[in-house]
Write a protein that binds this ligand. Sequence first.
Ligand code: OGA
Ligand code: MN
Length: 297
Amino acid sequence: MSIADENMETKLNIRPLHPALGAEVTGLDLAVPLAPGTFQALHQAWMDYLVLVFPEQALSDGQQIAFARQFGELEVHHQDIIKSRAAPEIFRVANVDDDGNLMAAGDPSVAQISLAQRWHTDSSYRPIPSMGSILHGIEVTREGGETWFTNMYRVHDALPAALRQQIEGRKARHDFAHLATLAPIKPLTEAERQAMPAVWQPMVRQHPVTGRKSLFISPIYNDAIEGMADEAGLALVAQLAELAGRDEFIYRHRWSPDDVVMWDNRCTMHQVTPYDLAQRRVMHRATIIGDGPVVAA
Ligand code: OGA
Ligand code: MN
C-alpha cells in the first residue's frame, strides 16, 4: 500500500454506492501525496459522486491532514473542546476524550456531538462555510452510528413549486449558538460567541465547481428565515429537512474501522444515526475551508 504515487498516476477503481450519491474508491493509498493526474481524477469523482468512501486507510492524524490539505487549507474549530490537543486541525467526533477515556453520556461534549443526529452541513455558520469534510473512522460502533448523506442538488430539483417559491431569493440565518437551544452543550465563552456571529446565507446556492443549484439549509444552525416570524421560519426548515430525508436522496454509510469518508459540504447534508453511548466511537475529522462566499442561485 505504500507505493509512492507522487510520480506515478494511479488508476482509481470507482464503485457507485447509491443512485443519488456516494462511491467507493479503491486502489489508492491516501497516506501518499497524489500525482497531479490522480488528484484530478479523484476531484472529478468527488464532484460526480459528492461522497467518496475509501476503505482500509489506516491514516495517522498527520497523514489525514496532509491528504486534506491537497484540497485546501483546513479549519481550526473555534471551541476549546472537541478539537485534538495534538493536532488542532483535527475535530474529534468522539464520545471518548483526548486521553482515551469514555465520556459520560451527559458530558457536554457528548451532547454537542450527538446533535449531529440531525441533518446539517458542517460549518455553515461561518461567513465562508466549509468546502468539504474528511472523516476517519478509528473506533466504530457495531450497531447504529451510521452516517447518512443526502444530495441537496436533487432535493433542490425536486422541490414542489409552492416550496420553491418560498425559498427563491431568500436567506436563512445560521448561528453556531443555536446549538445551545437544542442540547445542554458547554456554555460558549464570550470569545467563542464573538468568533462566530450569526450569518445570513442564500437558501439556494450555486456550486462553484459544477455550477449546479442546491438547497442550502443546515437545520441545527438555522434559527431564522428572512422575512418570516421565527416559528414559521423554523417550520419551513423542518419541512425542507423532511424532504431532504427521503430515501431516494440518501446514501447510508455503515462504518468499518479505518474507513475514510469525504463529502462536499456545498451540496450535501449529513446526520448520524443514534448509537449506544456505552460503546466507544472515535472519528477524526479534517475540515476544508470553503473556496469563497456562498453564491446565490
Ligand atoms: C461530522 C459529523 C457524523 C458522524 O463529522 O461532521 O457530523 O458520523 N459526523 O458522527
Ligand atoms: Mn457534521
